[in-house]
Design a protein around this ligand. Sequence first.
Ligand code: PG9
Length: 588
Amino acid sequence: MRDGVKLFTSIYIPKDSSEKHPVLFGRTPYSCAPYGEKFRNFWDTHWKYYMRENYIVVIQDVRGRWMSEGEFVDVRPFVKDKKTNKDIDEASDTYDAIDWMVKNINGNNGNVGVMGISYPGFYSTMAAASGHPALKAVSPQAPVTDWFMGDDFHHNGAFALMDGIAFYLGGFGYPRPVPTTKGPVSTFQGSSDNYDRFLQIGALSNVTKLAGDSIQFFKDMFAHPNYDAWWQARNARVSMYDVKPAMLTVGGLFDAEDCYGAWNLYKAIEKQSPGSNNKLVIGPWFHGQWSRGDGSYLGNVKFGSRTSEWYQNNIEIPFFNYYLKGKGNDPRLAEATIFFSGENKWKTFDQWPPAAAQNQEIYLQPDGSLAWSKPSTGNSFSEYVSDPAHPVPYTEDVHYSRTREYMTDDQRFASRRPDVVTFETAPLTENLTLAGPVIADLLVSLSSTDADFVVKIIDVFPDDFKYPDYAPQPQRGVGGSYPMGGYQMLVRGEIMRGKFRNSFETPAPFKANKVEKVKFTLPDVAHTFEKGHRLMIQIQSSWFPIFDRNPQQFMNIYEAKDSDFKKATIRVFHDAGNSSGVILPVVK
Ligand code: PG9
């Protein structure tokens, strides 16, 4: 690297020397050196297709990880104006690595592509920011993009308790090497019931004790409870000006880790680098499912075809082959190739969100229904008590670690709780297709000074719904198939930490019992509620233990003690003056 630091790099060169070959490059904090038995597992993903296509495949340990020299920094900020050799970042490291490769690897054709999933997706974004002229094509996949707003560690400021702890402290069956500088010195132990275990741990300040003090990122994160300059510098989108390579951003509709990154990275590139070659693909996938597995179902919900294979053969491989080998016809990928759950179809668009999607608000009604017009009644609200000692679980079952399947799980268990309010339409008389971000637009009052709001968009299947016989029926427990009639499929859910309702930089307390607006954006959806199904909206004030509990008092939650957690009475208004609703991107 330009500052003299050496990065460990594994280079696999095809035996075929009849022609020159492009380089496909990935940078990782998870180690590029899976030798011996692990070797096969590592390559048994989409990388194997590129080996078959005779690419030169290169994997590099990022600065400060594993065999590489230097200091590791989590989601290292992008340096805008690099003036000296000391101004390094992940973009400059990628630039220097590419420069070395095209000059030193025998038989390379001078074209380099970069791809990576999740954290390696972040490094792919940074590669795109490197501006090296040999870099022709980049595919950030489920890219970690903003750890305060939507990816692994927080959503809208609420701490992603289960993943945050599992990834960095372990104890919940995540054998993966976590990207910490020194390695965790953690006394953390999981248990077979994560709901119970996280309740026992209690306040986040107890987590700091369990973490020891070896995890710099935990210390930093807890020292920055608001979206201040520290977090803003770690928003990968700030690097996406003047993007030069062809971009293929890929994500999963049902990605429980980094659902935010793909949608929002694509949008930032569109806005900040107009005219760039920027494409988006979203399928019905869990985290990384497009690179392995067949992608024909998630949990109980079926998608009708092998979507991962379709993507590999029709999008990703043609994309790299065209830009790096000049092979095949110009794939002319659509601007956006998006799978619509519900109707189970791939669709292409010349912009995302599509022009045909128009925002239309659906309003909560006093009788528990939903309608496209505001209610006409005076003073009406639904009320529940949110009790941090009994938070609403994110899934019905007992689990050791966070499931991937919760993203499409049946929400019937939640509708039946007194601290979840539920509104639903009558059976739809025609299909309703949503394409784009959903905006929760609530008018609420609290008996306290802070609370969280979770809004869930749910597809309620008809009572007699059955998958066709050719599809194996979903199984749960002993005794046969899961009852899909009346299934309440989670299509999208998101949390908002109430104190950030007006500003993520400057949180503000609620005034007890005063009606206030809480408006926030849920990640994009692509879903068709078919005729005969119902649309349901659920609202609750905890989603545990995916997210930490709000003590329901205005304070720095990282410093809250167990005794700070209080019950709060929450009202969600649905009357003529205070009409709560959800703004839906309805395809006309
Ligand atoms: N989403 C991933 C991640 C989690 C936590 C820390 C860092 C990254 C990943 O799979 O890379």
